[in-house]
Design a binder for this molecule. Structure first.
Ligand SMILES: Cc1cc2nc3c(=O)[nH]c(=O)nc-3n(C[C@H](O)[C@H](O)[C@H](O)COP(=O)(O)OP(=O)(O)OC[C@H]3O[C@@H](n4cnc5c(N)ncnc54)[C@H](O)[C@@H]3O)c2cc1C
Length: 414
Protein backbone atom coordinates (compact mmCIF):
# COMPACT_ATOMS: atom_id res chain seq x y z
CA UNK A 1 0.00 0.00 0.00
CA UNK A 2 1.19 3.55 -0.69
CA UNK A 3 2.07 5.61 2.34
CA UNK A 4 3.59 8.97 3.20
CA UNK A 5 7.37 9.49 3.20
CA UNK A 6 7.77 8.47 6.83
CA UNK A 7 5.57 5.37 6.43
CA UNK A 8 3.22 6.58 9.16
CA UNK A 9 0.09 7.37 7.08
CA UNK A 10 -1.39 4.81 4.66
CA UNK A 11 -3.11 5.74 1.39
CA UNK A 12 -5.35 2.83 0.35
CA UNK A 13 -7.07 4.70 -2.49
CA UNK A 14 -6.32 4.63 -6.21
CA UNK A 15 -3.64 6.98 -7.51
CA UNK A 16 -3.71 8.61 -10.92
CA UNK A 17 -0.78 10.54 -12.38
CA UNK A 18 -2.05 12.61 -15.33
CA UNK A 19 0.51 13.65 -17.94
CA UNK A 20 -1.25 16.83 -19.07
CA UNK A 21 -3.44 19.54 -17.57
CA UNK A 22 -6.46 18.44 -19.70
CA UNK A 23 -5.92 14.94 -18.23
CA UNK A 24 -6.16 16.46 -14.72
CA UNK A 25 -9.42 18.15 -15.73
CA UNK A 26 -10.74 14.85 -17.11
CA UNK A 27 -9.73 12.97 -13.93
CA UNK A 28 -11.47 15.57 -11.73
CA UNK A 29 -14.65 15.44 -13.86
CA UNK A 30 -14.69 11.64 -13.81
CA UNK A 31 -14.63 11.23 -10.01
CA UNK A 32 -16.97 12.20 -7.17
CA UNK A 33 -14.07 12.49 -4.70
CA UNK A 34 -10.47 13.40 -5.56
CA UNK A 35 -7.50 15.01 -3.83
CA UNK A 36 -4.19 16.37 -5.13
CA UNK A 37 -1.07 14.77 -3.75
CA UNK A 38 2.53 15.95 -4.13
CA UNK A 39 5.54 13.95 -2.93
CA UNK A 40 3.63 12.76 0.20
CA UNK A 41 6.20 14.17 2.66
CA UNK A 42 3.54 15.38 5.12
CA UNK A 43 3.52 13.66 8.50
CA UNK A 44 -0.03 14.76 9.28
CA UNK A 45 -2.96 12.80 7.80
CA UNK A 46 -3.75 15.81 5.60
CA UNK A 47 -3.89 13.72 2.41
CA UNK A 48 -6.14 11.03 3.94
CA UNK A 49 -9.36 11.12 1.97
CA UNK A 50 -11.87 8.77 0.42
CA UNK A 51 -11.01 10.43 -2.89
CA UNK A 52 -8.73 9.18 -5.66
CA UNK A 53 -5.28 10.76 -5.34
CA UNK A 54 -4.20 12.87 -8.29
CA UNK A 55 -0.41 13.00 -8.41
CA UNK A 56 1.07 16.06 -10.08
CA UNK A 57 4.56 14.81 -10.84
CA UNK A 58 3.58 13.62 -14.35
CA UNK A 59 2.73 17.14 -15.52
CA UNK A 60 5.21 18.83 -17.88
CA UNK A 61 8.01 20.42 -15.77
CA UNK A 62 7.41 24.00 -16.93
CA UNK A 63 9.87 26.71 -15.89
CA UNK A 64 9.40 29.99 -17.78
CA UNK A 65 10.76 33.36 -16.70
CA UNK A 66 8.30 36.29 -16.93
CA UNK A 67 10.91 39.00 -16.52
CA UNK A 68 8.37 41.85 -16.96
CA UNK A 69 6.66 40.76 -13.77
CA UNK A 70 9.62 39.46 -11.72
CA UNK A 71 7.97 36.06 -11.70
CA UNK A 72 8.49 32.58 -13.09
CA UNK A 73 5.76 30.24 -14.31
CA UNK A 74 6.42 26.79 -12.79
CA UNK A 75 4.70 23.43 -12.63
CA UNK A 76 3.10 22.56 -9.28
CA UNK A 77 4.29 18.96 -9.59
CA UNK A 78 8.00 19.85 -9.77
CA UNK A 79 10.25 19.24 -6.81
CA UNK A 80 12.26 22.23 -5.56
CA UNK A 81 15.28 19.98 -6.26
CA UNK A 82 14.53 20.34 -9.97
CA UNK A 83 13.12 23.87 -9.89
CA UNK A 84 16.15 25.40 -8.10
CA UNK A 85 18.78 24.53 -10.75
CA UNK A 86 16.33 25.37 -13.57
CA UNK A 87 15.74 28.87 -12.17
CA UNK A 88 19.46 29.38 -11.50
CA UNK A 89 20.24 28.42 -15.11
CA UNK A 90 17.92 31.28 -16.13
CA UNK A 91 19.70 33.69 -13.77
CA UNK A 92 16.86 33.57 -11.22
CA UNK A 93 16.34 32.65 -7.58
CA UNK A 94 13.65 32.18 -4.94
CA UNK A 95 13.88 33.98 -1.60
CA UNK A 96 13.22 30.86 0.47
CA UNK A 97 13.68 27.10 0.49
CA UNK A 98 12.58 24.51 3.08
CA UNK A 99 15.15 22.34 4.84
CA UNK A 100 14.78 19.78 2.08
CA UNK A 101 14.36 20.23 -1.70
CA UNK A 102 12.66 16.84 -2.19
CA UNK A 103 9.09 18.20 -1.84
CA UNK A 104 6.75 19.36 -4.59
CA UNK A 105 6.02 23.05 -5.13
CA UNK A 106 2.25 22.43 -5.00
CA UNK A 107 2.42 20.45 -1.74
CA UNK A 108 4.76 22.94 -0.04
CA UNK A 109 2.59 25.88 -0.97
CA UNK A 110 -0.67 24.17 0.01
CA UNK A 111 0.66 23.69 3.57
CA UNK A 112 2.46 26.98 4.29
CA UNK A 113 5.88 25.34 4.22
CA UNK A 114 8.72 27.66 5.26
CA UNK A 115 12.46 28.07 5.59
CA UNK A 116 14.05 30.67 7.84
CA UNK A 117 14.81 34.38 7.71
CA UNK A 118 13.59 37.47 9.55
CA UNK A 119 12.86 39.16 6.21
CA UNK A 120 11.80 36.03 4.32
CA UNK A 121 8.21 34.85 4.03
CA UNK A 122 6.90 31.31 3.76
CA UNK A 123 7.32 29.51 0.43
CA UNK A 124 3.58 30.13 -0.08
CA UNK A 125 4.10 33.89 0.15
CA UNK A 126 6.05 33.77 -3.14
CA UNK A 127 2.87 32.91 -5.08
CA UNK A 128 1.65 35.71 -7.34
CA UNK A 129 -0.89 33.62 -9.26
CA UNK A 130 -2.03 30.04 -9.46
CA UNK A 131 -3.72 27.87 -12.06
CA UNK A 132 -6.18 25.39 -10.56
CA UNK A 133 -8.58 22.69 -11.73
CA UNK A 134 -11.76 23.30 -9.74
CA UNK A 135 -14.57 20.90 -8.80
CA UNK A 136 -16.37 21.15 -12.14
CA UNK A 137 -13.12 20.34 -13.99
CA UNK A 138 -12.69 23.94 -15.18
CA UNK A 139 -9.25 25.54 -15.29
CA UNK A 140 -8.98 28.90 -13.52
CA UNK A 141 -6.22 31.42 -12.90
CA UNK A 142 -6.38 33.17 -9.51
CA UNK A 143 -4.21 36.28 -9.29
CA UNK A 144 -2.97 38.50 -6.48
CA UNK A 145 -4.39 42.01 -6.91
CA UNK A 146 -7.14 40.80 -9.24
CA UNK A 147 -9.08 38.12 -7.37
CA UNK A 148 -10.38 39.55 -4.10
CA UNK A 149 -10.12 36.20 -2.29
CA UNK A 150 -6.63 35.36 -3.63
CA UNK A 151 -5.30 35.09 -0.05
CA UNK A 152 -7.63 32.13 0.54
CA UNK A 153 -6.53 30.09 -2.48
CA UNK A 154 -2.82 29.62 -1.77
CA UNK A 155 -2.50 27.73 1.53
CA UNK A 156 -5.60 25.67 0.81
CA UNK A 157 -4.73 22.10 1.94
CA UNK A 158 -5.95 20.71 -1.41
CA UNK A 159 -9.53 21.73 -0.53
CA UNK A 160 -10.14 24.04 -3.51
CA UNK A 161 -8.82 21.87 -6.34
CA UNK A 162 -5.66 20.62 -8.03
CA UNK A 163 -3.10 23.38 -8.56
CA UNK A 164 -1.33 22.74 -11.87
CA UNK A 165 0.96 25.76 -12.37
CA UNK A 166 2.00 28.81 -10.37
CA UNK A 167 3.64 32.16 -10.90
CA UNK A 168 6.26 32.61 -8.19
CA UNK A 169 8.12 35.81 -7.29
CA UNK A 170 11.76 35.50 -8.34
CA UNK A 171 14.85 37.70 -8.14
CA UNK A 172 18.30 37.66 -9.74
CA UNK A 173 20.25 34.59 -8.65
CA UNK A 174 22.60 34.96 -5.68
CA UNK A 175 25.16 33.02 -3.69
CA UNK A 176 24.95 32.03 -0.04
CA UNK A 177 27.75 31.02 2.36
CA UNK A 178 26.79 28.67 5.17
CA UNK A 179 28.64 28.49 8.51
CA UNK A 180 27.82 26.27 11.49
CA UNK A 181 28.76 27.24 15.05
CA UNK A 182 28.67 24.78 17.96
CA UNK A 183 28.24 25.12 21.71
CA UNK A 184 25.49 27.75 21.68
CA UNK A 185 23.77 28.35 25.02
CA UNK A 186 19.96 28.57 24.98
CA UNK A 187 20.23 31.26 27.69
CA UNK A 188 21.97 33.39 25.04
CA UNK A 189 19.27 32.59 22.48
CA UNK A 190 16.65 33.79 24.96
CA UNK A 191 18.59 36.90 25.98
CA UNK A 192 19.70 37.93 22.48
CA UNK A 193 16.95 36.40 20.34
CA UNK A 194 16.69 39.26 17.84
CA UNK A 195 20.46 39.59 17.43
CA UNK A 196 20.93 35.82 16.95
CA UNK A 197 18.31 35.67 14.21
CA UNK A 198 19.58 38.86 12.55
CA UNK A 199 23.09 37.40 12.18
CA UNK A 200 22.39 36.12 8.66
CA UNK A 201 19.78 36.16 5.92
CA UNK A 202 18.65 32.73 7.10
CA UNK A 203 19.34 31.46 10.63
CA UNK A 204 18.51 28.15 12.32
CA UNK A 205 19.16 27.09 15.91
CA UNK A 206 19.25 23.33 16.49
CA UNK A 207 18.94 22.03 20.05
CA UNK A 208 18.12 18.88 21.98
CA UNK A 209 17.07 20.99 24.98
CA UNK A 210 19.89 19.56 27.09
CA UNK A 211 21.05 21.76 29.97
CA UNK A 212 24.60 22.06 28.64
CA UNK A 213 25.36 24.75 26.05
CA UNK A 214 25.42 22.47 23.00
CA UNK A 215 23.02 24.00 20.50
CA UNK A 216 24.10 24.50 16.87
CA UNK A 217 23.82 27.90 15.16
CA UNK A 218 23.46 27.70 11.37
CA UNK A 219 24.14 30.96 9.56
CA UNK A 220 23.28 31.23 5.85
CA UNK A 221 24.52 34.60 4.63
CA UNK A 222 23.87 36.15 1.24
CA UNK A 223 27.29 36.87 -0.26
CA UNK A 224 26.01 39.87 -2.26
CA UNK A 225 24.52 41.60 0.80
CA UNK A 226 26.41 40.37 3.86
CA UNK A 227 29.49 38.44 2.73
CA UNK A 228 30.43 35.21 4.53
CA UNK A 229 30.42 35.17 8.34
CA UNK A 230 33.58 37.02 9.39
CA UNK A 231 34.09 35.62 12.91
CA UNK A 232 31.69 37.79 14.89
CA UNK A 233 29.28 37.98 16.49
CA UNK A 234 29.62 34.40 17.72
CA UNK A 235 27.16 34.53 20.65
CA UNK A 236 29.67 32.52 22.69
CA UNK A 237 29.60 29.61 20.22
CA UNK A 238 32.59 28.34 18.23
CA UNK A 239 32.73 27.94 14.44
CA UNK A 240 32.93 24.37 13.22
CA UNK A 241 35.70 23.89 10.69
CA UNK A 242 34.18 20.83 9.00
CA UNK A 243 30.59 19.92 8.26
CA UNK A 244 27.81 19.05 10.70
CA UNK A 245 24.53 17.20 10.40
CA UNK A 246 21.78 18.72 12.59
CA UNK A 247 21.49 15.22 14.10
CA UNK A 248 25.04 15.34 15.33
CA UNK A 249 25.64 11.55 15.16
CA UNK A 250 24.73 11.37 11.44
CA UNK A 251 27.03 11.73 8.44
CA UNK A 252 27.12 15.36 7.19
CA UNK A 253 27.48 14.07 3.63
CA UNK A 254 23.66 14.44 3.56
CA UNK A 255 24.00 18.19 4.10
CA UNK A 256 24.58 21.07 1.71
CA UNK A 257 28.14 22.52 1.77
CA UNK A 258 29.12 24.46 4.90
CA UNK A 259 32.41 25.99 6.07
CA UNK A 260 31.59 29.42 4.63
CA UNK A 261 32.09 28.23 1.05
CA UNK A 262 29.85 30.33 -1.22
CA UNK A 263 27.50 28.57 -3.60
CA UNK A 264 24.19 29.07 -5.35
CA UNK A 265 21.12 29.71 -3.19
CA UNK A 266 19.45 26.37 -4.01
CA UNK A 267 22.52 24.46 -2.76
CA UNK A 268 22.78 26.36 0.54
CA UNK A 269 19.31 27.44 1.74
CA UNK A 270 18.09 23.82 2.14
CA UNK A 271 20.02 21.92 4.83
CA UNK A 272 19.87 18.65 2.90
CA UNK A 273 21.13 17.64 -0.53
CA UNK A 274 18.53 16.44 -3.01
CA UNK A 275 20.37 13.17 -3.70
CA UNK A 276 20.48 12.07 -0.03
CA UNK A 277 17.86 11.20 2.58
CA UNK A 278 16.89 14.41 4.36
CA UNK A 279 16.94 14.54 8.13
CA UNK A 280 16.98 11.08 9.80
CA UNK A 281 14.42 9.24 7.66
CA UNK A 282 13.29 7.32 10.76
CA UNK A 283 11.24 10.10 12.33
CA UNK A 284 7.98 11.94 12.96
CA UNK A 285 7.87 15.73 12.93
CA UNK A 286 5.77 18.31 14.80
CA UNK A 287 6.10 22.10 14.66
CA UNK A 288 4.42 25.08 16.28
CA UNK A 289 4.41 28.51 14.64
CA UNK A 290 4.26 31.23 17.27
CA UNK A 291 3.80 34.98 17.04
CA UNK A 292 7.37 36.27 17.18
CA UNK A 293 6.48 38.44 20.16
CA UNK A 294 5.96 35.24 22.22
CA UNK A 295 8.92 33.25 20.88
CA UNK A 296 11.18 33.66 23.90
CA UNK A 297 8.36 32.74 26.28
CA UNK A 298 7.66 29.71 24.09
CA UNK A 299 11.30 28.62 24.28
CA UNK A 300 11.25 29.04 28.09
CA UNK A 301 8.12 26.90 28.36
CA UNK A 302 9.56 24.14 26.18
CA UNK A 303 12.80 24.17 28.19
CA UNK A 304 10.65 23.47 31.24
CA UNK A 305 9.56 20.20 29.57
CA UNK A 306 13.07 19.17 28.50
CA UNK A 307 13.30 16.10 30.73
CA UNK A 308 10.30 14.58 28.93
CA UNK A 309 11.26 15.79 25.44
CA UNK A 310 14.98 15.04 25.08
CA UNK A 311 14.81 11.21 25.40
CA UNK A 312 12.33 11.00 22.50
CA UNK A 313 13.86 13.69 20.31
CA UNK A 314 16.29 13.62 17.39
CA UNK A 315 16.51 17.41 17.37
CA UNK A 316 14.55 20.70 17.57
CA UNK A 317 14.99 23.51 15.05
CA UNK A 318 14.02 27.13 15.74
CA UNK A 319 13.46 29.39 12.70
CA UNK A 320 11.90 32.76 11.85
CA UNK A 321 9.72 34.06 9.01
CA UNK A 322 8.02 37.36 8.26
CA UNK A 323 4.28 37.95 8.26
CA UNK A 324 2.04 37.38 5.24
CA UNK A 325 -1.67 37.78 4.47
CA UNK A 326 -2.57 34.25 3.33
CA UNK A 327 -5.60 33.14 5.33
CA UNK A 328 -4.30 29.71 6.43
CA UNK A 329 -0.60 30.55 6.46
CA UNK A 330 1.27 29.87 9.70
CA UNK A 331 2.57 33.44 9.42
CA UNK A 332 -0.76 35.11 8.63
CA UNK A 333 -0.87 38.52 10.26
CA UNK A 334 2.27 38.25 12.37
CA UNK A 335 6.03 37.81 12.20
CA UNK A 336 6.47 34.20 13.20
CA UNK A 337 8.89 31.82 14.92
CA UNK A 338 8.75 28.06 14.37
CA UNK A 339 9.69 25.65 17.14
CA UNK A 340 10.07 22.31 15.38
CA UNK A 341 10.57 18.79 16.77
CA UNK A 342 12.07 15.89 14.83
CA UNK A 343 11.00 12.93 16.99
CA UNK A 344 12.03 9.31 17.06
CA UNK A 345 9.26 7.10 15.68
CA UNK A 346 8.05 6.29 19.17
CA UNK A 347 4.40 6.25 20.27
CA UNK A 348 5.44 7.87 23.56
CA UNK A 349 5.71 11.22 21.75
CA UNK A 350 1.90 11.31 21.90
CA UNK A 351 2.22 11.45 25.71
CA UNK A 352 4.45 14.54 25.45
CA UNK A 353 2.75 16.46 22.64
CA UNK A 354 -0.25 17.40 24.83
CA UNK A 355 2.09 19.05 27.35
CA UNK A 356 3.94 20.95 24.62
CA UNK A 357 0.68 22.09 23.06
CA UNK A 358 -0.73 23.08 26.44
CA UNK A 359 2.35 25.29 26.81
CA UNK A 360 2.42 26.76 23.28
CA UNK A 361 -1.13 26.98 21.91
CA UNK A 362 -2.21 29.60 24.50
CA UNK A 363 0.63 31.77 23.13
CA UNK A 364 -1.08 31.72 19.74
CA UNK A 365 0.92 28.84 18.25
CA UNK A 366 -0.39 27.24 15.07
CA UNK A 367 0.50 23.57 14.45
CA UNK A 368 2.20 23.07 11.04
CA UNK A 369 -0.37 21.72 8.55
CA UNK A 370 2.06 19.05 7.32
CA UNK A 371 3.22 17.77 10.72
CA UNK A 372 1.55 15.92 13.59
CA UNK A 373 -0.54 17.55 16.32
CA UNK A 374 -2.94 16.40 19.02
CA UNK A 375 -4.87 19.68 18.98
CA UNK A 376 -8.64 19.47 18.47
CA UNK A 377 -9.96 20.90 15.18
CA UNK A 378 -11.69 23.71 17.11
CA UNK A 379 -8.37 24.74 18.71
CA UNK A 380 -6.64 24.77 15.33
CA UNK A 381 -9.38 26.78 13.64
CA UNK A 382 -9.39 29.34 16.43
CA UNK A 383 -5.76 30.21 15.67
CA UNK A 384 -6.71 31.53 12.19
CA UNK A 385 -8.73 34.79 12.21
CA UNK A 386 -9.70 34.26 8.54
CA UNK A 387 -10.80 30.64 8.89
CA UNK A 388 -14.51 31.47 8.42
CA UNK A 389 -13.66 33.19 5.14
CA UNK A 390 -11.77 30.08 4.06
CA UNK A 391 -14.72 27.86 5.02
CA UNK A 392 -17.01 30.08 2.93
CA UNK A 393 -14.63 29.85 -0.05
CA UNK A 394 -14.57 26.05 0.19
CA UNK A 395 -18.37 25.92 0.41
CA UNK A 396 -18.82 28.29 -2.56
CA UNK A 397 -16.32 26.58 -4.87
CA UNK A 398 -16.82 22.94 -3.88
CA UNK A 399 -20.28 22.59 -2.31
CA UNK A 400 -20.39 18.82 -2.90
CA UNK A 401 -17.06 18.30 -1.14
CA UNK A 402 -15.25 16.71 -4.10
CA UNK A 403 -11.83 17.73 -2.72
CA UNK A 404 -12.71 17.33 0.98
CA UNK A 405 -10.03 15.39 2.89
CA UNK A 406 -10.85 13.96 6.32
CA UNK A 407 -8.80 16.74 7.94
CA UNK A 408 -10.54 19.56 6.06
CA UNK A 409 -13.94 18.00 6.80
CA UNK A 410 -13.13 17.97 10.54
CA UNK A 411 -11.94 21.60 10.45
CA UNK A 412 -15.13 22.71 8.68
CA UNK A 413 -17.23 20.92 11.32
CA UNK A 414 -15.33 22.48 14.23
C1 LIG B 1 12.34 15.45 6.10
C2 LIG B 1 11.32 16.53 6.03
C3 LIG B 1 11.72 17.85 6.22
C4 LIG B 1 10.76 18.88 6.18
N1 LIG B 1 11.20 20.18 6.32
C5 LIG B 1 10.31 21.18 6.30
C6 LIG B 1 10.74 22.54 6.41
O1 LIG B 1 11.93 22.83 6.42
N2 LIG B 1 9.79 23.50 6.50
C7 LIG B 1 8.46 23.21 6.46
O2 LIG B 1 7.64 24.14 6.60
N3 LIG B 1 8.02 21.94 6.28
C8 LIG B 1 8.91 20.93 6.19
N4 LIG B 1 8.48 19.65 5.99
C9 LIG B 1 7.03 19.44 5.76
C10 LIG B 1 6.72 19.55 4.26
O3 LIG B 1 7.22 20.72 3.71
C11 LIG B 1 5.20 19.56 4.02
O4 LIG B 1 4.65 18.40 4.56
C12 LIG B 1 4.85 19.68 2.51
O5 LIG B 1 3.45 19.72 2.38
C13 LIG B 1 5.38 18.53 1.71
O6 LIG B 1 5.09 18.70 0.33
P1 LIG B 1 4.53 17.46 -0.49
O7 LIG B 1 4.69 17.74 -1.93
O8 LIG B 1 5.12 16.19 0.00
O9 LIG B 1 2.97 17.53 -0.09
P2 LIG B 1 1.97 16.31 0.22
O10 LIG B 1 2.31 15.73 1.54
O11 LIG B 1 1.95 15.38 -0.95
O12 LIG B 1 0.58 17.06 0.29
C14 LIG B 1 0.34 17.97 1.34
C15 LIG B 1 -0.99 18.69 1.11
O13 LIG B 1 -0.90 19.50 -0.04
C16 LIG B 1 -1.95 19.23 -0.94
N5 LIG B 1 -1.41 19.35 -2.31
C17 LIG B 1 -0.30 18.75 -2.79
N6 LIG B 1 -0.12 19.09 -4.08
C18 LIG B 1 -1.15 19.91 -4.40
C19 LIG B 1 -1.55 20.56 -5.61
N7 LIG B 1 -0.84 20.47 -6.74
N8 LIG B 1 -2.68 21.28 -5.60
C20 LIG B 1 -3.44 21.41 -4.48
N9 LIG B 1 -3.10 20.82 -3.30
C21 LIG B 1 -1.96 20.08 -3.28
C22 LIG B 1 -2.40 17.82 -0.61
O14 LIG B 1 -3.77 17.61 -0.94
C23 LIG B 1 -2.19 17.77 0.89
O15 LIG B 1 -3.31 18.29 1.54
C24 LIG B 1 9.39 18.60 5.97
C25 LIG B 1 8.99 17.27 5.74
C26 LIG B 1 9.96 16.25 5.74
C27 LIG B 1 9.52 14.84 5.47
Amino acid sequence: MRSNWSGTVDFPQAWEVPATIPDVQEAVRAQDRVLAIGTAHSFSPLAVSPGVHIGTQGLPPTVEACSDHGTALVSAGMRYADLGPALHARGLALAAMASLPHISVGGAIATGTHGSGDLIGTLSSAVRALEIVTADGDLRWIRRGIDADFAGWVVALGALGVVTRLELAVEPTYDVAQTVLLGLDLDVVEAEFDAVFAAATSVSVFTRWRPEPDAQLWLKRRVDREGPWGGSPDFGARPHGGSMHPLEELDPVHCTPQGGVPGPWFERLPHFRAEFTPSSGDEIQAEYLLPRAHAVEGIRRVRGLAARITPLLHVTEIRTMCADDLWLSPAEGRDTVGIHFTWHKDKRIYDVLPAIEEALLPLGARPHWGKVTVAAPAQIVSAYPRFDDFARLVQDTDPAGKFRSDTVASLLRA
